[in-house]
Design a binder for this molecule. Structure first.
Ligand SMILES: [Mn+2]
Length: 512
């Protein structure tokens, strides 16, 4: 196994592709597919084995239909780092064109994979974000001319729970976007152009505005591409409308966002279409966002925080429609400054019962001396939020929320449940306390949700909660009117609350 051929074909001064390093590494089983718009569009299928990515070019891409065998032409081994590559290979370079990270995950060979490669039959299971289940790569014995075709294989889906006979729509068509950045090929190419032009501008190279830029709108100093594009199909707001909403609401939403690591929902094709959760910073992220390095369970990773109106609008420009935040701020990451209870009604639960459940929870917290606030989720339910001074750690906050939730479930088993497995049991309300794990997020107050009606997670007063029509009742067009009409912040006093999770409160919740 060697990367010699890979490197011979490329000039690393000209291409952004990784050269790869040869230091031995622990055995890994990564799997990746890159959609590659080169001379011809194809899908590069790669499986990690013995320190490299074994690679095949699949002209038509994978399919879940077992009867549709797809040609896969073996290509040179690629470095493991290639599995993280997305970008543009310049024209004239080897493989010139745009590369999109279409799927990634791990693979599991069923037999000895080295022997399988030699003998021309590799059977394996994929654990990807798009592809799953059993697959096989089978080398063709002879071409049409009767000669052995050493490099031609077939990629075949096995019949199993993940296979689809006569797939109506190919998975490549149904899910065309990047699993890394949520972008399509065109956006990846455009983002590269933008990086170039800004680099030229920094060097003082004058340039003429392109037609596209001349058409672009500018909100809070951020240039929007396709400002006229309708983002919310049912309610009709365009990308510019959404940007202007976030510009106006910035003084309200920023206090809930500042310093909190984010998980974002990007919807490049608008609300209600395919969307992506993004939690790590990438080349796509607007400059106006701050990056914070966080130790996860097994690795460190860069997260984003948004502290400015430019950052907010920059996210809209990147087609972000939902902002979800941690329960802690980056400068005090191990001590949460809030606890969130997510009330999620099962089928057939009327809103009045959700409101009543939230009120019961509020009262219980009050008896422990803790003030709480409520907002709609923009989905079906409500969030009850307990602001805290950052004192107790993640474990205590999680334990407290578990004890409170299970206490309610014990007392009113017909109304409440806490276990996820039974989540959709009709007629009951799930109290999801799992929002309080380190790294868990919930949608921010005032964030839009990625549904065609443009619902917003809206802070409301305890009094008005029962009168709402539902968790998704407050929509983008209502937010500012509601704030004006009521003349007062429904969460007035949130910032001023001084309370913390003490050992005594934890014991009380546990009933000790
Ligand atoms: Mn390729």
């Amino acid at each position: 196994m060697s990367l010699r051929e890979y490197r011979r074909k490329r000039d690393f001064r000209a291409t952004p592709e990784p050269a790869g390093d040869d230091t031995p590494r622990a055995e890994g089983w990564s799997y990746v597919i890159q959609k590659h718009a080169a001379t011809r569009l194809h899908y590069d299928f790669r499986l990690e084995l013995d320190g490299v990515l074994k690679s095949w070019a699949v002209p038509k891409g994978p399919t879940f239909d077992p009867s549709d065998k797809r040609l896969a032409v073996e290509t040179e081994d690629h470095p493991i780092e290639y599995g993280g590559f997305e970008g543009v290979i310049p024209e004239g370079e080897y493989g010139g064109g745009t590369v999109l990270l279409w799927d990634r995950g791990t693979w599991e060979p069923r037999d000895d994979p080295r022997r399988g490669l030699l003998e021309g039959k590799l059977v394996f299971t994929l654990h990807g974000e798009k592809l799953r289940g059993g697959w096989a790569l089978v080398r063709l014995r002879r071409g049409r001319d009767g000669r052995a075709k050493q490099r031609e294989w077939l990629l075949v889906k096995e019949k199993d729970g993940a296979s689809i006979r006569r797939a109506g729509q190919e998975v490549t068509m149904a899910r065309p976007l990047s699993v890394d950045s949520g972008r399509d090929l065109e956006q990846i190419a455009r983002d590269r152009d933008r990086t170039w032009t800004s680099a030229r501008a920094e060097r003082g190279v004058p340039r003429r505005a392109s037609r596209r830029e001349a058409d672009a709108a500018s909100v809070a100093g951020v240039r929007l591409t396709h400002p006229e594009r309708v983002v919310f199909a049912r309610s009709g707001q365009t990308k510019e409308d959404v940007a202007r909403y976030y510009e106006r609401i910035a003084p309200r939403i920023l206090p809930h966002l500042e310093g909190r690591p984010l998980t974002l929902v990007r919807c490049p094709e608008g609300a209600g279409r395919e969307c992506f959760f993004v939690k790590h910073a990438g080349a796509w992220a607007p400059r106006a966002l701050r990056r914070v390095s966080i130790q996860e369970k097994t690795k460190r990773a860069d997260y984003l925080t948004v502290d400015s109106v430019e950052g907010l609008v920059g996210l809209v420009q990147m087609n972000v429609l939902e902002l979800h935040t941690w329960n802690a701020r980056a400068d005090d990451l191990e001590r949460p400054d809030r606890i969130v209870f997510d009330l999620d009604p099962g089928p057939g639960v009327a809103w009045a019962r959700v409101a009543a459940a939230a009120a019961i929870l509020r009262e219980r917290l009050e008896r422990m001396g803790l003030a709480s606030f409520v907002k709609t989720t923009g989905g079906k339910g409500a969030h009850v939020v307990v602001p805290l001074r950052p004192r107790a750690g993640w474990a205590e906050c999680l334990e407290f929320s578990r004890a409170v939730s299970e206490g309610l479930e014990r007392e009113q088993p017909d109304a409440f449940l806490t276990a996820m497995a039974k989540a959709k049991r009709p007629g009951r309300i799930l109290i999801d306390y799992a929002r309080n794990h380190r790294g868990s997020t919930s949608v921010s107050a005032f964030s839009t949700r990625s549904r065609p009606t443009a619902p917003v997670s809206m802070p409301v007063s305890w009094d008005e909660l029962p009168a709402l029509a539902g968790g998704g009742a407050v929509v983008l067009a209502d937010v500012e009117r509601r704030l004006r009409d009521r003349g007062e912040d429904p969460w007035a006093g949130y910032e001023a609350v001084r309370q913390s999770l003490t050992a005594a409160r934890l014991k009380k919740a546990q009933g000790l």
